[in-house]
Design a protein around this ligand. Sequence first.
Ligand SMILES: [Zn+2]
Length: 80
Amino acid sequence: MPLSTQQQQQIHTYLSTKLRNNNCPYCSSNNWSLYEHMVFAPIISGTTIQAGTGLPIVVHICNTCSHIRCFSALTMGVNP
Ligand SMILES: [Zn+2]
């Protein structure tokens, strides 16, 4: 399910208040797109992926060089 308008606004507000430097570390542009879906990083224990556990992630993509940066949705207070 894509991020809701409310979630997108919450993410924008969070990042605009927390980031001191919003430039891409690789190309120095300041042209990011919010990926329309939250993604999920599974927890791995040894060689086994633990079903149903993991970290929800908000993804920003640099529109100039395609670099991806990730933020914890839980820390941001954005519920999956
Ligand atoms: Zn870039």
